[in-house]
Design a protein around this ligand. Structure first.
Ligand SMILES: Cc1cc2nc3c(=O)[nH]c(=O)nc-3n(C[C@H](O)[C@H](O)[C@H](O)COP(=O)(O)OP(=O)(O)OC[C@H]3O[C@@H](n4cnc5c(N)ncnc54)[C@H](O)[C@@H]3O)c2cc1C
Length: 563
């Protein structure tokens, strides 16, 4: 009998070999009845700063059934599924996957395992060459429009913190984590409640997945940019791309997965001009904020702050303002990380954050984002949100210091003053920064919301009670401003055989959920060739029990207090 036992607590200094003893006590059975056990989730419970614990969910194989064991509220029969079934297909024409970020990568992997030999069109370079171009940008300050922090093998998440946490409850998430591990990611991502890989390890994982796809007959076209499709009677016939020698190339195909990410603005324009159905949507903009990691560790871990077992602490914070009719929240927090430039076009400055696996940098950073509603920017086109983002990125660009980012102390931002000197927190952004006033870069409704939020956050969370914290911006691309419409069952767009997938088309957000969407789209294509009707792809069961998150008070927005 296989059961999942949750809420098994150990002190953080305890050895995990104590787990069977704890479990036997909880279940009131002899330890000898436990045949095997495997940790499937481990979360930190730091609510009591003088006694920080790990709480575990453990898959236990019992050698003999015990009557009424399922009456224990911490026990349930195991419903863990870690593999997915992939049928073999032989489509007449090879499917094309545009973009090799998490969505394209997992779609291509599934199609390759199905025997469909996908062709992958990627505007950027292989991850090793891409890495050199990113370093070159910091040195020369000339943007490579196809090879940068967003474009190239592995997509936007390759040089990131590699956080894999998702709130989506889907059995395929375990499959994704296992694939990352099989391709070189650290094995803790399987059970950590907040798994992450890190910028130093992600390129190796991505390279290994590429190699498997090639070994299964997949073909990669690097430095090749998709530009358009042709269709007949509402069904795709071919796609055109421009290769690295600037040749126009055509591939005839019945299946095109568009996994282009949220920064492919030229491609969005091309798709719009070809009347692919899309709509404008809400998104967020704001800044990156940096604090000292050491200060955060002290707040979150108290007496344990120097315990090496704990690693770098994180946080989440948000507030909803009824008076401003919008929310402000932390996003993509990178413990021990750095702020990066993620521009994909000339004369723009865009920020994001990344960290290495060890998360051992001096600062921690997080985006602080203000919700933008469609009515804030919409004129008459689904592309208007994209143009709004771009206008802010251009305002952040200073021709006197190309690609340096605007920076301001929080205290100066609150007092509408350009910063003239830093305190103990230094911006980590490369290639450099200039002092500016974000009140002049953002529209008033954004800067006023940020100010309200920073004031509320400083009362709720002492990390934010620090005028020396530095803001770097602008952070405009936390999600796509566009949704490409698709059939909820077959995943076809308004042109049959074109399947939008991942973050760019707003069918994913973040590494894991975009990868998940890539899998679902590949499965839909397999279903089509297997002659199956679109059966419900969302076989979702809650995975395990809830996992306490560090300092739960930090993650709840409290409307009353915020107002
Ligand atoms: C610096 C940074 C840090 C991040 N940190 C995290 C994190 O810690 N955790 C997390 O979950 N998420 C993080 N994200 C977000 C995450 O990277 C994205 O959500 C995710 O990569 C989206 O996956 P995707 O496959 O949909 O698109 P992308 O990863 O954006 O991939 C799209 C790919 O398509 C290619 N492409 C675009 N247009 C064309 C075209 N016309 N022809 C051919 N190829 C094209 C691009 O070159 C790119 O490789 C981070 C993002 C950045 C930039």
């Amino acid at each position: 009998m296989e059961i999942l036992v949750s809420n098994v607590y150990l002190d953080i200094n305890d050895d995990e070999s104590l787990l069977p003893i704890k479990i036997a006590k909880m279940l009131k059975i002899d330890q000898g009845k436990i045949g095997s056990y495997k940790v499937v989730k481990r979360a930190l419970d730091a609510r009591n700063k003088s006694h920080i614990l790990y709480t575990y969910t453990v898959l236990v194989s019992l050698l003999s059934d015990k009557k009424n064991i399922l009456d224990n509220k911490n026990v349930k029969l195991s419903d863990l599924v870690e593999t997915i079934h992939i049928d073999e297909i032989k489509p007449e024409k090879r499917p094309v996957v545009v973009g090799f970020g998490p969505a394209g990568m997992f779609a291509a992997l599934i199609l390759a395992r199905a025997g469909a030999k996908p062709i992958i069109i990627e505007r950027g370079k292989k991850v090793e060459d891409r890495q050199k171009d990113i370093e070159e940008f910091i040195r020369t300050r000339v943007v490579n429009e196809n090879s940068n922090m967003c474009f190239g093998e592995g997509g936007a998440g390759t040089f990131s913190d590699g956080k894999l946490f998702t709130r989506v409850n889907d059995r395929r998430v375990r499959f994704i984590l296992n694939e990352f591990i099989n391709h070189g990611a650290p094995k803790e991502i399987y059970y950590d409640a907040k798994p992450h890989i890190g910028s130093d390890l992600l390129p190796g994982v991505v390279r290994s997945i590429r190699k498997e796809i090639i070994s299964l007959g997949g073909t990669f076209m690097w430095e090749s940019t998709y530009v358009s499709f042709t269709e007949e009677k509402g069904k795709v016939k071919s796609i055109t791309y421009i290769d690295k020698e600037n040749n126009k190339c055509v591939i005839e195909t019945d299946d095109v997965i568009l996994a282009i990410g949220h920064s492919a603005r030229d491609t969005f324009v091309n798709l719009y001009e070809q009347n692919l159905k899309m709509e404008a949507k809400d998104f967020s903009v704001g800044v990156r904020i940096e604090h000292l990691q050491e200060d955060l560790n002290k707040i979150q871990y108290g007496d344990y702050s120097s315990n090496p077992k704990l690693g770098s602490a994180d946080y989440q914070i948000s507030a909803q303002f009824r008076s401003l009719d919008r929310g402000v929240y932390s996003f993509c927090m990178c413990p021990g990380g750095e702020v990066a430039n993620t521009s994909t076009s000339p004369n723009t400055v865009v920020t994001n954050g990344f960290s290495n696996h060890a998360r051992d940098g001096i600062n921690c950073n997080s985006a602080i984002l203000v919700g933008i509603k469609k009515e804030d920017y919409y004129v008459n086109s689904p592309l208007d949100g994209m143009y709004f983002q771009e206008s802010l990125e251009r305002l952040a660009f200073n021709p006197t210091y190309p690609y340096y980012a605007p920076v301001q102390r929080v205290g100066d931002f609150l007092n509408n003053k350009v910063t003239d000197g830093l305190g103990k927190i230094k911006p980590s952004y490369k290639p450099g920064f200039y002092f500016a006033d974000f009140n002049k870069i953002f529209p008033k409704f954004v800067s006023e919301s940020l100010k309200e939020a920073l004031n509320v956050f400083s009362r709720r969370f002492s990390l934010f009670d620090n005028d020396d914290a530095v803001m770097t911006g602008v952070e405009t691309r936390s999600s796509s401003p566009i949704k490409i419409i698709r059939d909820p069952d077959t995943f076809d767009s308004s042109i049959r055989g074109i399947y939008p997938s991942g973050e760019g088309s707003s069918h994913g957000g973040g590494i894991t959920s975009s990868a998940l969407d890539g899998i679902k789209v590949a499965e839909a294509i397999i279903d089509k060739y297997m002659g199956r009707l679109p059966i419900k792809k969302l076989a979702t069961k809650p995975e395990t029990t809830e996992t306490p998150i560090i300092d739960a008070s930090m993650i709840k927005s409290d409307d009353k207090k915020a107002e």
